[in-house]
Structures are given as C-alpha cells and as structure tokens.
Design a protein around this ligand. Structure first.
Ligand code: UDP
Ligand code: MG
Length: 317
C-alpha cells in the first residue's frame, strides 16, 4: 500500500477547511491502492481554524494537526508540514480551495508515470488585476535572473516524491522560497496545467508587503545577479568618472576661464552617484541581513502541540 501525505498550511481559513477535506476525500476515493493522510499546519490562526482542525482530527485518524506557536508565514508552515511527512509522496496545497482538489488526480497520474515532481501550472487564475499583473512580471523576471530554472506561473501546489522531500528537508535555510528549492533539487519535474479558482471564504493572507518579501526571497536566494549588477554599474561609473576627469583636466589646461561653468554638471554627478551608491548599499545590505539570519541558526519554527487521533502531544521541534 502506498501512502500520500497531503500538506496544507492554514492561516485564518475558517469555513474552508471542512469543504476542502470533503472535496479531497471525494476526489481521491477512486485510488483504492493509495492511503491518503493529511497534515494540516495551523500557522497562528486568529479565527476558528484550529477548533475546526481539531474536530476533523478527532473524526478521522488520517488527519494530523501541527499547531505552530505563532504565525511563521506560509513557506515555513509548509516546511513544518513537509518535515512531518513519511509517505511515498507528498502533495502540498492551499487551504482556501484556490488549488482545486480535483487536480490532485492529475498530479498523482504524473507521479505514477514517473515524475518525481509534478507541479501544477496555472493556465488561468481568478485573482485581482494587481495580483495577476505583479505575479506575471515577477515570474518572468525571476526566470531571467535565477541560476536554476524556476517554472513560471507556478505556486506551491505540487506533488513531491519522497526522495525530493528528503532533499528539501535537509535544506534548513531561513529565507525559504520552496518553489526555487524544488527546482534546485532537480530530478524529473513535470508540469500539469490547471485553472486556479477564486478563494472560497476569507481574504488573502498575502498582502503586497508579504508578496514583496516572497519575491525578494525568490530573487536573492536563487541569484547573485543583484551583486553582479553592482560590479557592472561600478565599472560603468568608474569609466564615466575617468572621462570626466580627463575632460576637466584638459579644459583647465586649454581654456582655464570656463572652469567655473561646470557647476551644474557637478551637482548632477554628485547626486546621481550618491543615489546609486545608496541603492547598491541596500542590495549589499539585503545579502548581509540574510547571512546574519542564517548565522543565528534559530529553529525555523516552534511547535506548540501535535494533535493526532485525538491524542495531544506537546511538540519539540
Ligand atoms: N498561509 C499560511 N501562513 C501565512 C499566510 C498564508 O499558512 O502567514 C496559508 C493560507 O492559509 C493558505 C496559503 O498559505 O492556505 C496561501 O495563502 P493565501 O491564500 O492567503 O495566498 P494567495 O492565494 O492569496 O496568494
Ligand atoms: Mg489563496
């Protein structure tokens, strides 16, 4: 009997949980030779989510709830779930039914046909204009910059074979961009097209600030392009500066009376270079900040308790 673990990060998903569970159960019951287990990670929900999750775990012994001690963020919640899996494959999906449960069948099919990673790639999505536009630009930008091929229009909805999960669980970096990490690991990766639905209840937990953080993690974790950009700009400006110095010296020697006129040029140059330097310091700072976090080597998350089969264990990470 093969086992597939379904990992679902949950942050304020009251109302969605049971519907997701029921729709998943209905979808997967046709796979009689696979046992499906659920790992819901409660990522510091402020609503009724935890109560609903505990209820579910009391009714069904295949449901495990990992209750984190506070909100650690989506990528870390998924990590906590992945750490707890032991099946032959893992499916990661959102709790808000934007990832249609029915698509899991296609993911499983791809896995049975030999894929180690089957990632669900959006053919279309029903989000707001801003979200769609920023996501589109970001994924193309990231593909251009990244050192590994990170598939575009792809979220964390995917199936991972256990050998991929094992590699991921060995990567303990703090700034986690799981899609990038999966791409980095390699193996046989296959895209499965799907149409992303609207969120059922509640509102998105990814406001612009969180989206920006995820985008930064994606770029800085998988690319040194910003650092290379600094050096290239440095060369460019040094060359320009050299030309300016030669120009200044030559004009001083040949037409000394006009020298004071360079004032406008000076101001522009000083301000321009100052601005560029500040931006570049910022880029360096982002990398240094990340080095600092990694050096601190704190645990990625803290578990409050694990609820399984109505037994409650206090969790030590
Ligand atoms: N989520 C989480 N912790 C967070 C934010 C989100 O566990 O801090 C979960 C959320 O419950 C959902 C998934 O991550 O299952 C994706 O979040 P959301 O639907 O809000 O993002 P969007 O689809 O709008 O990008
Ligand atoms: Mg969503």
């Amino acid at each position: 009997m093969r086992i597939i673990d379904i990992v679902v990060p949950v942050h304020n998903e009251s109302g969605n949980i049971r519907i997701l569970f029921d729709r998943l159960e209905k979808t997967i019951q046709s796979n009689s030779d696979i046992v499906f287990k659920y790992i819901f990670v409660n990522d510091g929900s402020k609503d009724n989510s935890l109560v609903e999750l505990v209820e579910l775990s009391q009714e069904n012994s295949r449901v495990t709830v990992i209750d984190l001690s506070r909100n650690f963020g989506h990528q870390i919640a998924v990590t906590a779930g992945l750490d707890a899996t032991e099946g032959d494959a893992v499916i990661v999906m959102d709790a808000d039914l934007q990832d249609p449960p029915e698509v899991t069948l296609d993911l499983i099919q791809a896995w049975e046909n030999g894929a180690d990673v089957a990632y669900a790639q959006r053919r279309s999505r029903k989000d707001g204009f801003l979200k769609k536009a920023t996501a589109k630009i970001f994924y193309r930008f990231l593909q251009m910059l990244s050192d590994v091929p990170i598939p575009k229009d792809t979220g964390d909805f995917r199936l991972l074979d256990k050998k991929v999960v094992k590699e991921l669980n060995g990567m303990r970096e703090h700034s986690r961009y799981i899609r990038g990490m999966v791409a980095y690991v390699g193996f046989n990766q296959v895209a499965v097209a799907f149409d992303r639905d609207e969120r059922l209840y509640g509102k998105s937990n990814y406001p612009l600030t969180k989206m920006l953080k995820l985008a930064t993690d994606g770029i800085l974790s998988f690319s040194n392009a910003p650092l290379r950009l600094i050096s290239n700009l440095g060369y460019l400006f040094s060359t320009l500066a050299l030309a300016g110095i030669i120009y200044a010296l030559v004009s001083k020697l040949i037409v000394p009376t006009t020298v004071v006129e360079g004032w406008t040029f000076m101001v522009i140059a000083v301000l321009g270079v100052g601005g560029i330097q500040l931006i570049m310091l910022g880029v360096l700072g982002s990398y240094i900040g990340r080095i600092y976090t990694e050096v601190q080597a704190r645990p990625l998350y803290v578990i409050n308790r694990i609820i399984k089969n109505s037994e409650v264990r206090s969790g030590k990470n």
